[in-house]
Ligand binder design. Structure first.
Ligand SMILES: Nc1ncnc2c1ncn2[C@@H]1O[C@H](COP(=O)(O)OP(=O)(O)O)[C@@H](O)[C@H]1O
Ligand SMILES: [Mg+2]
Length: 251
């Protein structure tokens, strides 16, 4: 399963006794259904990475709770893997070894590990590149490896922090299409943060629009358009207008 719930979460950084505390998130409540794709949309600094870091178990909320299927997230683990903006691959490991890395944590027998690596190399379209090292790959290919590595451990929830921000516009758009294809083949609960309205509309079932810092939930917009989504479709354009209004409304 993989039902993610964020309940009245506030996150402050710094010492509460001093003046220099930062309220990064304030009273954030949201829910992501099993196998549904949620995009968190907001300006830089509104607390998106903070939210993901808590969902990944790297940080704890100051108050409130984040749960997966009712269990509070207390530490990082394979159940809730994260994909970062930078690729975060191990440069000294090959594509296959990077994809297999998390599987060692789960102590899978080696033939099962080889099978999982093969399956996920196929899933992200990297056949023939298994023996390459990250520096021998393009940015888009590296991000495919990161996606395959995250999915190979069969997490309940996939967390993505602006995963395509480092790519050029053309590659970014291609990787968004690719992610839709992968997610449709291998449905998964996803929380992806982005500051791109188009990325949110292209990918998500549900878009959570955040206010500026301290980040609060400003609006929750459901998107039921069939995938792949056509950027010229009238419904796409009207959603874009609505989201642009909500985002730009933030001073
Ligand atoms: N470890 C930290 N210590 C202190 N302040 C932090 C820390 N991490 C983030 N912040 C602050 O919290 C706010 C939200 O940051 P972040 O979650 O990175 O936003 P976003 O990912 O939306 O750009 C920012 O003002 C940032 O400076
Ligand atoms: Mg961030």
């Amino acid at each position: 399963m993989g039902h993610l719930a964020v309940k009245s979460v506030t996150k402050m950084y710094g010492n509460p006794a001093s003046d220099n505390t930062v309220v990064a998130l304030q009273d954030v409540t949201l829910e992501i259904e099993h196998n549904s794709f949620c995009a968190i949309l907001g300006h830089s600094g509104c607390g998106k990475t903070t939210l993901l870091n808590m969902a990944a178990g790297f940080e704890q909320p100051t108050s409130g709770q984040i749960t997966i299927d009712g269990r509070a997230i207390t530490k990082p683990g394979w159940q809730n893997t994260i994909i970062f903006q930078e690729y975060a691959l191990f440069p000294w490991l090959t594509v296959a070894q990077n994809i297999g890395f998390g599987l060692e944590m789960k102590s899978l027998p080696s033939h099962k590990r080889a099978e999982a690596i093969r399956l996920h190399v196929d899933l992200v379209g990297l056949q023939g590149f298994e023996g390459r090292f990250p520096h021998q790959l393009s940015g888009g290919m590296r991000q495919r490896v990161a996606i395959a590595r995250a999915l190979a451990v069969r997490p309940e929830v996939l967390l993505m922090d602006e995963p395509f921000a480092a790519l050029d516009a053309q590659n970014r758009s291609a990787m968004q299409d690719e992610l839709v294809r992968i997610w449709q083949r291998e449905p998964k609960t996803v929380m992806l943060v982005t500051h791109s309205i188009d990325e949110a509309i292209k990918l998500a079932d549900q878009v959570i629009v955040m206010t500026r810092r301290p980040g609060r939930v400003k609006a929750i917009i459901d998107i039921s358009l069939p995938r792949p989504r056509d950027e010229d479709d009238a419904r796409y354009l009207s959603l874009k207008k609505q989201l642009r209004g909500l985002v730009h409304d933030e001073f």
